[in-house]
Design a protein around this ligand. Sequence first.
Ligand code: URA
Length: 282
Amino acid sequence: MPNLRELLHFYAEAGVDTPLEDVPVDRFAAVEPARAPAQTSAPAVATRAPAPQAERPQDASPNAAPASPALNKTSVPDDTKIAMARQLASSASTLEELRTQLAAFDGCNLKFTAKNLVFADGNPNAPIMFVGEAPGREEDLEGVPFIGRSGQLLDRMLAAIGLDRTGVYIANTIPWRPPGNRTPTPLETEICRPFFERQIELANPKLLVALGGPSAKALTHATEGILRLRGNWKVHRTVSGIEIPVMPTLHPAYLLRNSAQKRFAWRDFIAVKMQLRTLTQL
Ligand code: URA
C-alpha cells in the first residue's frame, strides 16, 4: 500500500489539492454496485466531477447565495448556461447586484470546487482597472483577488507608478479558482464572459490593464501571445459599444518566475501611467 504522505504529495503535484467532502467517495463503487465497499482510509481529493449541491464547500462561505435554476446539471447545454449568464449579468445595474447575480449563478463548474467567489478589490470608481486571469489558492481562501505572492508583486508595481489599491480597481476574467490552478478552459471563459464584461461596463474605467495572455485575449479577442501583445495599446469594446484602451502586460506570476522580463512590465507600467495622466487631466 503506498505511503499516504507520498500519495498526498503526488496528488498535490498533480494539482489535485482540494478536498470536496469530509469523507472519501468511491466513484467506482457508484458505477459498479457489485464492487466491494469503499475504503475509508484514503483521502477525499478533488475530481473534475461537481460535488452534489448540498455538499458544496462554498455553501458555508459568506459568498454563498441562492442557486440559479438547476444550471449545474451536466445535461444543461453550454449555450443555455451562456445565455443565462448573459441574462443575469445584463440585469445587474450596479456592481453589488452583479456580485449577487454571480454568487447565485450555478452555470460554471468552477464554482463547485472553489471555496469563495473572488469578485474584486480596490476602488470601483478608480479610472483604471486591472484584470487578471483567475484566482489562486490564497485568493480563493480569502475571496479577494491578487493577495498571494503575485498580488504582492502587483502592489509593488503599482507603488512604482504612484498607485495603490485605493486608486485602482482589480478583478479577474474568471471569479472562481480552477482546481490546482489549472488554466481555465475556453468554455469556462465564455460562460464567465458576460459577467466580466458587465463588471467592466459598470466600473466604467478610462483604462484597462490586462495582466497576462489569457486576460489580454479575453478582453481584446487578440490571438497573438502575450510577448507580442504586451506594450501595445489595444481596445476593449463593451457590450454597449464603448471603447476602452487596454494595455496588455506580463502577469506578475510570470514575472516571479522570469525576473529578467520585469523591465518590459516596467515599460508597460510607465506607458499606463502617462496615458492615465493624460486621460484624467482631460
Ligand atoms: N492570478 C490572477 O490572475 N488573479 C488573481 O487574483 C491571483 C493570481
